[in-house]
Design a protein. Structure first.
Length: 277
């Protein structure tokens, strides 16, 4: 399933044998990703051009041949550095799911491993990543694909991840952010005001706004937009009609859903739905 729209061409597919991963191959010109997050880690190999990525407190430029990686739930946005745009191969996958493929599920209560750096300077890992991506797209012999996957996983975890830090859930502000997120998650289909969120969280509005942004890396409005997209992807996977998805997630209509989907993920809801059929 491939799509061509203006100066963007993408193909997205799913690989159950790779920890229920989603893979994308795309070419982007005159395009920019809105601020967004993923519920899985994101690996991207630039095959042409360059992209500037902005994350909390940092920016970097990935160029052809670079492999960059962003942890799950890390807010980021990206755009081209020139008119040539960029091409890439992207893998979205949970690190714990990847590690389980290697026969190591970790301790029962262990946090998910985290990636060491956004730009991975490792030519061998980049080569293995390319092999993983191409072998999945071409759907070659299963045993050959599995060997490629395991070689990539082995090097990734040996050299480019570390144990996750234990998250500090204590304190009034951390609890307030949790309440605020729950409040937003439960009301995606309706309009809410900052005062309502702050009241549910138990903090004054301005303090809640600043605390929320510091903890999550996103404003409450940006979080709400991302949460709506997250729910939309889940409902699309389940096979709901796009008009029903739009209504359930708080989008004005199906066109609004399509615009938001496109600006954050680089594919349309229809293309995403086709990848799960």
């Amino acid at each position: 399933m491939a799509r061509r729209l203006h100066t963007v061409s993408t193909k997205i597919w799913r690989a159950e044998e790779l920890g229920s991963a989603e893979l994308l191959r795309g070419r982007f010109v005159d395009y920019a990703y809105d601020l967004h997050t993923h519920d899985k880690a994101c690996f991207a190999l630039l095959t042409r051009g360059a992209i500037r990525i902005k994350m909390r407190g940092s920016q970097f430029i990935a160029r052809a041949g670079d492999l960059y990686a962003i942890d799950a739930e890390e807010p980021h946005e990206g755009w081209a550095i020139d008119q040539a745009g960029w091409s890439l191969r992207t893998l979205y996958v949970g690190l714990l799911q990847l590690r389980s493929l290697f026969g190591d599920s970790g301790a029962p209560n262990e946090d998910s491993p985290v990636l060491v750096a956004p730009i991975i300077r490792d030519s061998e890992l980049a080569m293995l990543f390319r092999e993983v991506h191409i072998s999945s797209e071409l759907a070659g012999p299963a045993l050959e694909r599995e060997e490629v996957y395991l070689n990539f996983i082995d090097r990734l975890f040996e050299r480019h991840t570390r144990k996750g830090k234990i998250k500090d859930s204590a304190g009034r502000e951390a609890q307030a952010v949790r309440f605020a997120r729950e409040f937003l998650d439960q009301r995606l289909e309706v309009r809410v005001h900052l005062g309502e969120i702050a009241a549910a969280a138990g903090l004054p509005p301005f303090r809640l706004f600043r605390t929320f942004e510091r903890v999550t890396g996103m404003t409450p409005h940006a979080y709400q937009r991302q949460a709506r997209l997250r729910l939309a992807t889940d409902l699309i996977r389940r096979g709901l009609r796009l008009c029903d998805v739009a209504a359930a997630c708080g989008f004005a209509d199906q066109a609004h859903l399509t615009r938001s989907f496109w600006r954050s993920l680089g594919v349309t809801p229809g293309d995403y739905r086709s990848a799960f059929r």
